[in-house]
Design a protein around this ligand. Sequence first.
Ligand SMILES: [Zn+2]
Length: 289
Amino acid sequence: MKPLLEVLSDARRRKVAVGHFNFSDLTALNAVVEAARELKLPVMVGVSEGEREFVGVREAAALVKTKREESGLPIFLNADHTHSLAKAEDAARAGFDEVIFDGSALPFDRNVADTKRAVEALKSINPAILVEGEIGNIGASSTVLEKKPENMSAHTTAEEAKQFVDATKVDVLAPAVGNMHGMLESMVSGEAHKRLNIERIAELENATGTFMTLHGGSGTDDEDFRRAIKAGMTIVHVNTELRIAWRRGIEAALKKSPHEVAPYKILPSGVDAIKEVVLARLKLFSFLS
Ligand SMILES: [Zn+2]
């Protein structure tokens, strides 16, 4: 299997993006793998600290390794938003392909220093692991929100991006460019969409020359997604949309079969609902639709 670095380089050259989807159970993982298999596309799956707590760090790595071997697909595992070095190192030791060391809540200089230390520590465990660093607050939770999170950062500037990447040596940068974790009700209903600062994305790409990830992709305007990918976003994260689909799918199955108690008869409805979202997003990110 091609290493993640090569898959990302390919994607960047072709000006497409690799989809990144979170999972906290087999419902979501099976859905993502089925969608990737159907479209024959590489895909990234991620587990945040909370998701890892439920799934288990080594369990997540074993599940993805098995899916990869069984499907023959390039499926990569990312330790999403990791706030402590100890947890980042656990993921690296378990065999994750990427770790996001998230120091974005820290003052900029401290974020630079901690991220630099994390890059060195993680590469000493696995020289092939990719490390992503983050600048700016774009909210923290992949949920349906009542209002925009407080203290959202101004958009990342080319100067701070370059300074951060040069000093930390991260492989991937996650900037703030109009994106936000979670979705407002108006985005869930489709009345409103997130809009991205495309010009800024192009400036960041020029200034840093590094891979960039668009976090908080759920509810983004389709055309902005396309333009952001053309401008330099190589990884796109979608989580909240999958969680909403999971809930709707499971609720529909429970309602349809009020006396059913076999989980494997209820959960496939969640898989189908999530898979539909993943298929649509993967097609969009690869310009197949
Ligand atoms: Zn994120």
